[in-house]
Design a protein around this ligand. Structure first.
Ligand SMILES: Cc1cc2nc3c(=O)[nH]c(=O)nc-3n(C[C@H](O)[C@H](O)[C@H](O)COP(=O)(O)OP(=O)(O)OC[C@H]3O[C@@H](n4cnc5c(N)ncnc54)[C@H](O)[C@@H]3O)c2cc1C
Ligand code: SF4
Length: 555
């Protein structure tokens, strides 16, 4: 098909950043063309969570919905960190020889290409960074400072949360709010209640996790039914992924044209630095599209790839890359999960994934000796332990009648706690172009390098200690553990086109406009200077496992 002209702006990518940008531009009266590389998904057809075999399905794949990526240096497994190796009682394929390269795991980088981007399979947790997280370098000497502050961003957090009708209860510690949440908080499931009680006995502050998931019908969308399938695709549309929030409202203005299966392959800049036009492959046909304004929002892996692919004689390092920073400072988030079985617990398979959260360690310097911090969450449903197949293959031994008996006795008694931690951006971590691998259009694939430094592994050990202590307090007997040391899963990718005040050391300025091109904005996770530990400055302190946990009388 041919794309008609006359748009005031082209947005590349319809995920979290692209959809929000498209809505804002439409709301201001601009005619906006969104070019989305992936297909549009149909919940009724594509997310059949009510049919047999639902547990065996992940987020669906459709033609063109997976990017081709390769992995470069992911770091060696240090034998000294063997205690951080993933394991399971069921002998899950985790045991790796010491010194082997850290593998991408079965999932690797798995972000979907499609209308709605990664929010199609995001869980819907809606967090704000702690104000101190914007000054990580000033406070700790590590990472980078943001060129903007929490107070600059707060009005936009509020807008985004209202567009996504976030359900929550009260401000997260340390982060002031100009308005309350749009919807009342979701109830905690049985597993979360057990974790929260254990955490409070340890002196921790646990809260309901704010969610872009409807707790009551609104905007023509139903309330959540707590099926727990958010990462497999929400069949109801109550999850506030951007195709049912920002893009729907943008379309209602009549000024949005959204084209799926449209991959942008190159940006062209004129002698004055302005982007003049871009190349795209739309339904298999090459197109050249002129535009006065470009918003690039292809995500932290595909955005740097596209900028690097756009190199020409005048821009030998790629578009927006006079600093050489495009692709650098790639960040994943550190991850740790421990699961145990708790005698007497039932119903832990019920409720929203990640329904309860503790922010106590999630601010710069909050974990003694570490710049970055981490959050703790109840993750039983997120780790997939909400169906019998997961129990039978991961947690409960037996065969035939003995397996059935064991399943009846133990189903609903698993408890998972996870920690998500801050990885300090590092010189070695970057996204570049693969020298050999090509995508379906014959273009070099993105190549991800993400080494876990000694600093990251040390924080991972703190995360594991905190999770293990909490589960022990909850009475859980560990059955499996997984973590970043030997599993690159990277649900959160950030940082490859850094925002900064210094044009020699960053790609975009404080307003997200490219230093090198006055009509190019980048509006996705690639501009994050740091992933941002989130939390308050806690007034009390607790340690694990070397110090005895502080006990609180109230639970
Ligand atoms: C399983 C999972 C769970 C998650 N849960 C949460 C959560 O609970 N809370 C949270 O805050 N975050 C969560 N995240 C992370 C969150 O989804 C991402 O951080 C966020 O969506 C990133 O937004 P983005 O705009 O940078 O990229 P994306 O949302 O990935 O959007 C990029 C878009 O660009 C398109 N694109 C790529 N290349 C091109 C091209 N060349 N031309 C045209 N289009 C292109 C892609 O198809 C995609 O639609 C989760 C992620 C995963 C994978
Ligand atoms: S738990 Fe709620 S938000 Fe998640 S998939 Fe089910 S209905 Fe959708």
């Amino acid at each position: 098909m041919g794309i008609s002209g006359g748009h005031d702006a082209v947005v590349i990518g319809s995920g979290a950043g692209g959809a929000a940008a498209a809505w804002r531009l439409c709301a201001h009266g601009l005619r906006v063309l969104v070019l989305e590389a992936g297909p549009a998904f149909d919940p009724a057809r594509d997310y059949p969570q009510d049919r047999p075999g639902w547990e065996l399905r992940g987020f669906p794949e459709r033609p063109g919905s997976r990017a081709v990526v390769s992995y470069g240096d992911l770091g060696q497994l240090d034998p000294a960190d063997a205690d951080l190796g993933s394991w399971s009682r069921a002998g899950f394929p985790w045991r790796l020889p010491a010194g082997a390269p850290r593998p991408p795991s079965g999932r690797g980088y798995s972000h979907v290409l499609g209308v709605g981007g990664s929010t199609l399979h995001f869980v819907g947790e809606q967090h704000r960074l702690h104000p101190d997280a914007f000054r990580l370098f000033s406070l700790t000497g590590k990472g980078a400072d943001w060129p903007i502050a929490y107070d600059d961003l707060e009005p936009y957090y509020t807008i985004a949360e209202e567009m996504q009708l976030v359900a929550g209860a009260g401000a997260a510690p340390g982060r002031w709010r100009s308005r309350g949440f749009a919807q009342s908080a979701h109830p905690l499931g049985p597993g979360a209640r057990a974790v929260v009680a254990a955490g409070r006995r340890l002196g921790q502050d646990w809260q309901v996790n704010p969610r872009a998931t409807l707790s009551a019908p609104d905007a023509g969308r139903p309330a959540c039914n707590y099926c727990g399938q958010c990462a497999r695709g929400c069949p109801l549309g109550d999850k506030g992924s951007v195709e049912v929030t920002f893009l729907r409202v943008a379309a209602a203005t009549g000024r949005l044209d959204l084209v799926s299966d449209a991959t942008v392959t190159r940006l062209h800049a004129g002698p004055d630095g302005r982007i003049t036009h871009l190349d795209a492959i739309v339904d298999g046909q090459g197109e050249s599209i002129e535009t006065p304004l470009v918003v690039l929002a292809a995500g932290a892996v595909q955005t740097p790839r596209l900028l690097l692919l756009s190199a020409d004689a005048d821009h030998p390092q790629g578009i927006a890359n006079s600093s050489g920073e495009v692709g650098r400072n790639f960040m994943e988030t550190l991850s740790w999960q421990t699961t145990g079985l708790v005698a007497g617990l039932s119903g832990s398979h019920l409720g929203l994934p990640d329904d309860a959260i503790c922010w106590d360690m999630a601010a710069p310097g909050r974990v003694p000796g570490h710049a970055g911090g981490f959050v703790l969450k109840h993750t039983t449903v997120e780790t997939g332990l909400n169906g019998p197949i997961a129990y039978a293959t991961r947690l409960v031994a037996g065969f035939g009648a003995s397996l059935k008996t064991a399943l009846r006795a133990r189903f609903g008694s698993a408890l998972s706690v996870g920690a998500v931690g801050q990885l300090i951006p590092d010189e070695q971590a970057r996204v570049g172009l693969d020298p050999g691998l090509r995508d379906a259009h014959g273009l070099p694939a993105a190549r991800i390098e993400s080494v876990l430094t000694a600093e990251s592994r040390a924080l991972l050990r703190e995360m594991a200690g905190a999770v293990r202590t909490l589960l022990a307090e909850a009475g859980a007997e560990p059955v499996e553990e997984t973590g970043s040391r030997d599993a690159f899963a990277a649900p959160h990718v950030l940082g490859t086109a850094r925002m900064g005040g210094d044009a020699g050391r960053s790609v975009v300025g404080p307003d997200a406009r490219a230093h090198d091109h006055p009509n190019l904005w980048i509006a996705d996770a690639s501009i994050f200077p740091t992933s941002g530990a989130v939390n308050r400055r806690a007034s009390r302190s607790w340690r694990w496992p070397s110090a005895p946990p502080m006990r609180s009388p109230a639970t």
